[in-house]
Design a protein around this ligand. Structure first.
Ligand code: SAM
Length: 220
């Protein structure tokens, strides 16, 4: 697909907008400057790609707002080469940003056709990413421990299994809410085998996390 000077110009404008909104990490901003977000959009709608907005994708899901992607990518506080789990691959855009940050990525998506589309888009990174299909609401113990876990759907609560899959010093960044529609970003840092430091941060609106530790388990 094309990535013209016009696309690149719009992307740099978006990066400046994100910096103005408080994103500080040079690693995150330069990853966003590199990933052609329009490649993750349906062709007819690619002109929406460089607005700082979420956008609907297939199966009632969304590609997250660039600010949200940047904010979560900054909060996981990782350096190149570290091992990260993303729960909710969706379009693959957040995954591409994490891969441009030099991370070794595992990404799990519940909806198989979405994962298949994302796999096509993420082909250039295929040596650094393992894409998985299934319920990631309790993480992926087979590949744990992780330096960070980033959840891109709103959870009703934080599953203990997720916390247990962090390395000591590792971070879990997850939107948690009492309703399906509204969440607050939570960040947990594993301080020791048994101790976790919890921070409750800004409000967000994500699509719901489904599966065993998602909203399905609450019967709603
Ligand atoms: N990171 C995505 C992007 O950059 O396009 C945005 C993801 S969208 C906001 C949330 C995704 O989480 C959806 O694709 C949804 O199917 C997925 N999801 C919801 N519950 C899940 C679960 N239990 N396991 C894996 N994926 C899940």
């Amino acid at each position: 697909m094309l990535d013209t000077a016009v696309h690149q110009g719009k992307r740099h404008k978006l990066v400046r907008e994100l910096a103005d909104k408080g994103i500080d990490s040079k690693t995150v901003l330069s990853a966003i400057a590199k990933v052609p977000r329009h490649w993750f959009f349906p062709k007819d709608f690619e002109h929406y790609a460089y607005r700082d907005d979420a956008f609907p994708i297939d199966f009632g899901q969304t590609i997250s707002q660039p600010y949200t992607v940047a904010y979560q990518s900054e909060l996981i506080d990782v350096t190149a080469g570290e091992k990260v789990l993303e729960i909710g691959t969706g379009s693959g855009y957040q995954a591409a940003v994490l891969l441009e940050m030099g991370l070794k990525l595992y990404s799990i998506e519940y909806v198989r056709p979405l994962l298949e589309q994302a796999a096509q888009r993420l082909k250039p990174y295929k040596n650094s990413v393992k894409l998985l299909n299934g319920d990631g609401s309790r993480g992926v113990p087979k590949y744990a421990p992780f330096d960070a876990i980033l959840v891109t759907a709103g959870a009703p609560a934080v599953a203990n299994e997720l916390l247990k899959q962090l390395k000591i010093g590792g971070k879990l960044v997850i939107p948690v809410g009492e309703t399906k529609e509204n969440q607050r970003m939570h960040r947990y840092t594993r301080m020791s085998e048994t101790k976790f430091h919890k921070e409750v941060l800004k409000p967000f609106r994500f699509v719901p996390l489904v599966g065993k530790s998602g909203w399905d388990s609450k019967g709603s």
